[in-house]
Design a protein. Structure first.
Length: 285
C-alpha cells in the first residue's frame, strides 16, 4: 500500500489537527523588525500584538527557500512516502512556486495551489487526509482536491483595518479605510485573491452574525463534514454567538472547529478578525 504524507504551510491554521490528523506543518517566516522567526515554532500572535503596540511597525512574512522545501520533502521521500503538499494561494505568497520547484527535483511529490489561506487551505489538507485514510492513491487524492478547491468558501470579517491596509494585501481597502471607524469589511478569497465582498456599517459585534447570514446567502451548499471558525483572538462571546448561529444552520456541534490563526495570518489581519470557512459542495441549505 502506498505510503502518503499530507503536508501544508503553517498558515493553514490547523492548530492541534496538524498532529491528530498526521498532517505535516511547514512553518513560514515571520519578521518582527530585524528578527526572524518560524511561525508556530518560536513566535505566537501575542508577540505580534506586543511588537505592533510598542513600535507601530507591521510584522512581515516570507516564504521559505526552495532548498528548505527540498530538504523537507526529501526527508519523507527517503522514507518511502509520496508527498502531497497543499500550499496557500500562489497569488498571495511565493510558497507554492518554491514548493513546486523543489518537488520537481524529487519523485512522487505533488504540490497543489490551494488558492486560499488560513483554515480554508486546512480544509483541503483535512479532506486529503480523509482520502488518504480511505486508501486512495496520491494521484487520486490530487485529482479530487483539485476539483474541491474550486468550491472553497474562504471569507472573514475584519475588526481592525490597519494591518491589511498598510500591508497592501487587499485590493479595494483604500476606499473604505478612511471610514475605518464605522465600516467593517467582509473579505473573500476569489480566484486566490483577497477582495472586499461586503461592507457592514457599525461595530464588529453588531455585524458578525449578519456576516454569517450574508456568507450563507451566497454559498448555500456547505459540506457539513466540518466548518471552521478561525479568528485572531476574537472575544469569546462573539465566537460563541457564531457557533450557535452555525448550529442553527444545521451544523452538528462536533463538526464546528474553532482554531486560532497563527502568526502568518495574524501579521496581515490584526486582532479580532473572524472567519467561517467551509467547502461549498454539499447539499443546499
Amino acid at each position: 500500500m502506498e505510503k502518503i504524507k499530507i503536508t501544508t504551510d503553517s498558515a493553514s491554521d490547523l492548530n492541534d489537527l496538524f498532529k491528530t490528523r498526521d498532517i505535516g506543518e511547514f512553518p513560514l517566516y515571520v519578521m518582527l523588525g530585524d528578527k526572524q522567526y518560524l511561525d508556530d515554532v518560536d513566535i505566537d500572535p501575542k508577540m505580534i500584538f506586543e511588537f505592533y503596540d510598542n513600535t507601530k511597525t507591521l510584522p512581515k512574512t516570507a516564504a521559505r527557500s526552495i532548498e528548505d522545501f527540498y530538504d523537507y520533502f526529501k526527508a519523507f521521500t527517503d522514507d518511502g512516502y509520496s508527498v502531497i503538499h497543499i500550499a496557500i494561494s500562489s497569488n498571495i505568497s511565493s510558497t507554492y512556486d518554491y514548493a513546486l520547484t523543489a518537488a520537481r527535483r524529487l519523485d512522487n511529490v505533488y504540490v497543489i495551489d490551494g488558492k486560499a489561506l488560513s483554515s480554508a487551505t486546512g480544509l483541503l489538507a483535512l479532506a486529503a487526509a480523509d482520502l488518504r485514510d480511505d486508501g486512495k492513491s496520491a494521484k487520486e487524492i490530487c485529482e479530487i482536491i483539485e476539483r474541491r478547491k474550486q468550491k472553497l468558501q474562504a471569507s472573514f470579517m475584519i475588526n481592525t483595518l490597519e494591518f491589511l491596509y498598510k500591508g497592501g494585501r487587499c485590493s479595494g481597502l483604500a476606499a473604505v479605510f478612511g471610514k475605518a471607524f464605522s465600516i467593517r469589511p467582509a473579505l473573500q478569497l476569489i480566484d486566490g485573491n483577497i477582495k472586499v465582498s461586503h461592507k457592514f456599517l457599525g461595530s464588529f459585534e453588531k455585524n458578525i452574525l449578519k456576516y454569517v447570514d450574508f456568507t450563507f446567502s451566497r454559498y448555500d451548499c456547505p459540506d457539513k463534514t466540518r466548518i471552521f471558525i478561525t479568528h485572531t483572538y476574537a472575544d469569546a462571546d462573539v465566537v460563541e454567538s457564531v457557533r450557535q448561529k452555525l448550529i442553527g444552520y444545521g451544523f452538528a456541534p462536533e463538526n464546528i472547529i474553532e482554531t486560532i490563526a497563527g502568526s502568518t495570518i495574524t501579521s496581515h489581519c490584526g486582532k479580532s478578525t473572524l472567519g467561517i470557512l467551509y467547502i461549498n459542495d454539499g447539499e443546499k441549505l
